[in-house]
Design a protein around this ligand. Sequence first.
Ligand SMILES: Cc1cc2nc3c(=O)[nH]c(=O)nc-3n(C[C@H](O)[C@H](O)[C@H](O)COP(=O)(O)OP(=O)(O)OC[C@H]3O[C@@H](n4cnc5c(N)ncnc54)[C@H](O)[C@@H]3O)c2cc1C
Ligand code: FES
Length: 253
Amino acid sequence: MRVLSNEKIALNIYSLTFESTALLLESLPGQFVNINVDGEDSPFFRRPFSIADVSQDSVEIIYEVIGAGTWILSTMAAGDSIDIIGPLGEGYDLNFSGSKSILIGGGVGIPPLMFLYNKMKEQGIELQFLAGFKSVAHNYIPRRITNVQYSSDDGSLGTKGYVTDLLTESLLNNEVKHIYACGPEPMLRKVIEIADENEIRCSVSVEKVFGCGTGICMGCVIENSLKRFTETGRKYSLVCMEGPVFDSGDVNL
Ligand SMILES: Cc1cc2nc3c(=O)[nH]c(=O)nc-3n(C[C@H](O)[C@H](O)[C@H](O)COP(=O)(O)OP(=O)(O)OC[C@H]3O[C@@H](n4cnc5c(N)ncnc54)[C@H](O)[C@@H]3O)c2cc1C
Ligand code: FES
């Protein structure tokens, strides 16, 4: 695909857009693309990135530069070609019940929730968006996404502390039917604990380190819950094929 833009939008964080296709236009929030970042020998494996938005004309990913692959990606410019497979994986269930939902994300776990936000807004779903960042310098959420409640590690944006504290607070005042989460595993574990305590359905997008990203290498397994083990007879699921989005009751994080 042809790169359309690649811009720094926050500290170490970039937004890259590339041409869309009919197939990518069908992407669901939570699905990802697997990118060959085009180093000569290394990185050997493609790198997975959640789809942050899709239109007729373009697809957006938002990524943090953390190693060789993402550094190479950050050097790409409009007009360059980029080798992409996607959409891959299972996304969030879009059969919204019309009831109030909370979207909660941390750091670069937020892009799939931005895509989900767009889909929910299209359908008029009432939602609250909770976003946690290390600091204000890491915030890349565009202004068109309104009513976001922020937390940050250093207090420079929103409330100082964990984004899961905002979740606990929100649930005191609101009747919520579904929580959609994406972020680091410790955050997801806490979200699941809070959802369980409040008996709220919860969908989590899990970001394991992937090898192939297409179900071949078995490098991305996650342990199934007893419930899913009983249903499937399998102790593990592949995050790249059966996820990254799971019902929180199906997995042991
Ligand atoms: C389904 C999925 C969706 C993702 N979506 C996004 C996204 O929207 N935006 C984004 O910035 N990143 C996302 N990631 C993470 C992204 O794929 C990695 O940051 C990227 O592959 C790192 O490549 P690299 O070559 O720059 O770093 P590497 O040199 O491969 O790794 C640098 C360091 O980061 C660690 N690391 C690598 N991958 C991950 C990971 N998945 N989780 C935690 N630590 C990791 C490595 O262990 C190493 O310590 C996603 C991952 C998955 C599995
Ligand atoms: S990353 Fe290879 S099977 Fe999932």
